[in-house]
Structure formats: C-alpha cells, structure tokens
Design a protein around this ligand. Structure first.
Ligand code: PMP
Length: 376
C-alpha cells in the first residue's frame, strides 16, 4: 500500500498544491443561532414537501430510475418564471449554483485562459480556477466598493465573474452599471446573482440584448432550499449548449428537481418570505449602522441589498480592526451565535457578516453585541 506521501506525488501537482474551499460551519448539536451561511430563516413553501412526498410515493419506487438528465421540466418552469423572452434553451440547472459556476470555469478557464473576478467576493471562485490549474486574475475593490468598470472592461480574461449583490459586503450594482461593463468587456460576463431576490434590480432583462452575459441564481437563499442543492444559469442558448457539454449527465437528483419545480411555482409564498427578510435586514442595518442618537451602534455598515449584513465592529474605546472583529466574533460564538468572519483580506478582516435571521434571532445578536460593548 503506498504511503500518503507517495499518493501526493501521484496527484497532479496543481491538485497537490490545492487548498480546498472552507464552507461555513454546520454545527450538529442544537442550541445555536446560526447566521453564518446566509440560509433562509423560514421554511420552504409547503408545496415543496408535498412534491417530494409525491415523487417518493409509498415505497420510493421512482428512485430506481435516473432523473431527467437535463432537468427538462425545471428548465421550462425557470424560463417561464423569469419571462423576458427566455426559453428552456436559455437555462442550465446545476447541483447548486456552485455546480453551475464550476461548469463555467471548466468551459472557459485553463492555464492559458484566465478567469477574472473581483476581490473580495465569493471565495469559491479562486478554488474552482485552481482545480482547473487555471489562471486567476483578481480585480480589487476599494473600500468604497465602487464598481471598477474600466478595469473589468480592460481585463484580458475570457470570463469575468461579477457578484451582485456582492458577497460578503452585500453591495449591489445597478443594471445600468452592469450594462456599461457589458458594452465594454469582450469576454463572457457572469453575474452571480445568488442574492438578487433581495435586491432592487437584477441583470436578467439584459440577457436578450447581450449574448456575452450569463446570470447565475440559486434556490439556496431566498427559496430556503440550501439542502436540496439547486442553482441555475440563464444565458444565450449557445452558452447553455457549451455548459451542457461539460455537465455531468444526471447532475440534479429526482427529489431535487421535484422540490425545485414546486418552489419555482409558488411565487406568492416567496414574495412574502423575501419581504419579511428585507424588512428585518433594513431594521438591523439601522440598528448597527445608524447613529447612536437614533439607537444605532454607529458601526460602519455597507448598504446591503442581500440577506446578510456586513458591519465593522467598534469597541467601547472606539477601536476597529481585525482584533476587534475577532473579539466580537468570539464573544458571539461563546454565546452560541454563529456569524462569519473573513480574516483573509484587509478589506474584510475588520468586519463580521451576519445572515439575516428571524426578528428574534436578530434581537439576540443585537443584545449580545451590546453586552460585549459594555463589558469589553
Ligand atoms: N454565489 C454566492 C455569491 C454565494 O454566496 C453562494 C453561497 N455560498 C453561492 C453562489 C452558492 O450557492 P449554492 O451552491 O448553494 O447554490
């Protein structure tokens, strides 16, 4: 039996060097207020469980059979849901939008063909590029989070992933700004819209006019279905055909397709869920970011259009910075409140990202941080 070291030698060098993506913690013991992975605090539409039960039947006999390889009924439903002239040929469904992003990187990135993205943004992108042994080109945001349109337009990369609303700041870019990028950039512009259901605008209406645009979406956030792993890309039919060439044949399970189809069909339920989350978010943006005269903590907080809040803790001595953010994170954790801390980049290291939970959960975070301020 070869030793672990010699297996490392057998692996391709770029894989041996690879640092896997670290997902947020998923604690298994009860009692946590879990606000670290931007899941939905409310259950999915009741139609979802019904549809999964129907698909399973009495004895799960349908599970003997492979699912629709292309998730065909779901592509139809997603196209109809978005409108704007989209058809099934403009949709590719994946095992979460992570899968769809992976297909994009597989098809458009190599050691010779660079893929570009902004920093900070979703830290999975550089990992997907590294898996391909691809060339990554990061475009850095300044603290203002102004969209560097000229830098993106000048990028020699074949594909550029723009996250809007951005993660982890929550800052969204308007349709007009995205159109300025599209008009100037010669590669494929992928707008990762995982959080767009919580934003004022999205890029979907631009798809009809820009064949170099791809929009990716997920059912993990607004649709409360992180556990079923369904995401999708909307794009020109030619781009979808390319993604289908590099996709696993049966990349979305029967139960996931049934659940997603039911969720996509219940717009009224989700409009209500999204409105509640936005209401809680806006209340707490004011509680953290608002001035002390109006009851706010006065912390620098980005104007989030997502289902999370990115805020820079400031201790009782008026200090901010990585040590202060780390202390606030540890205090919350000691009180069984899990949020996200990203120490890896100067722009993010003095902030915490707090997913928007129920009003009661958010009140608990606020109280805990006020206790920290009093005792720190
Ligand atoms: N894009 C962004 C910006 C995200 O934050 C996430 C969730 N971590 C995803 C995509 C992936 O979501 P999923 O694979 O659950 O669809």
């Amino acid at each position: 039996i070869p030793s672990a070291a010699s297996i490392d030698d057998l692996a391709l060098p770029h894989v041996a060097r690879l640092h896997a993506y670290t997902p947020g913690l998923q604690p298994t013991e009860p009692g946590w207020i879990k606000l670290n992975t931007n899941e939905c605090p409310y259950p999915p539409s009741p139609r979802v469980a019904e549809a999964v039960r129907r698909e399973l039947g009495e004895d799960g006999a349908s599970l003997r059979l492979y699912p629709s390889p292309t998730s065909a009924p779901l592509r139809e439903a997603i196209a109809a849901h978005h409108g704007h002239g989209l058809r099934a040929a403009n949709v590719c469904v994946g095992n979460g939008s992570d899968d769809v992003l992976n297909l994009l990187v597989r098809a458009f990135c190599s050691p010779e063909a660079a893929l570009s993205f902004t920093v900070p943004s979703y830290s999975l992108y550089p990992v997907l590029v590294a898996i391909q042994d691809g060339r990554a080109e990061a475009v850095e945001f300044e603290r203002t989070m102004r969209l560097p349109v000229e830098k993106i337009a000048a990028s020699p990369a074949r594909a550029f992933i723009l996250t809007s609303p951005n993660a982890p700041t929550g800052v969204a870019f308007g349709r007009a700004e995205i159109e300025r990028v599209l008009a100037a950039y010669r590669g494929l512009l992928v707008v990762d819209e995982a959080y767009a259901p919580f934003a004022r605008e999205d890029a979907v209406p631009l798809l009809a006019r820009y064949p170099n645009l791809v929009v990716t979406r997920t059912l993990s956030k607004a649709h409360a279905l992180a556990g079923i792993r369904v995401g999708y890309a909307l794009a020109h039919a030619g781009t979808i055909a390319i993604l289908d060439r590099v996709r696993d044949s049966y990349n979305v399970s029967r139960l996931s397709q049934a659940a997603a189809l039911a969720a996509i069909g219940d717009t009224a339920y989700y409009d209500d869920v999204i409105a509640k989350i936005k209401h809680t978010r806006d209340l707490h943006l004011a509680r953290w970011g608002g001035p002390p005269e109006t009851g706010g903590l006065g912390w620098f907080t980005y104007p989030s259009q997502a289902n999370f809040i990115f805020t820079e803790p400031c201790n009782a001595r008026g200090e901010t910075g990585p040590a202060v953010a780390a202390a606030a994170y540890e205090h919350l954790r000691a009180n069984k409140i899990l949020v996200r801390y990203f120490p890896g980049h100067p722009l993010t290291a003095s902030f915490l990202r707090i997913s928007v939970g129920t009003d009661a959960e958010m009140d608990a975070v606020h109280q805990s941080l006020q206790a920290w301020l009093t005792n720190a």
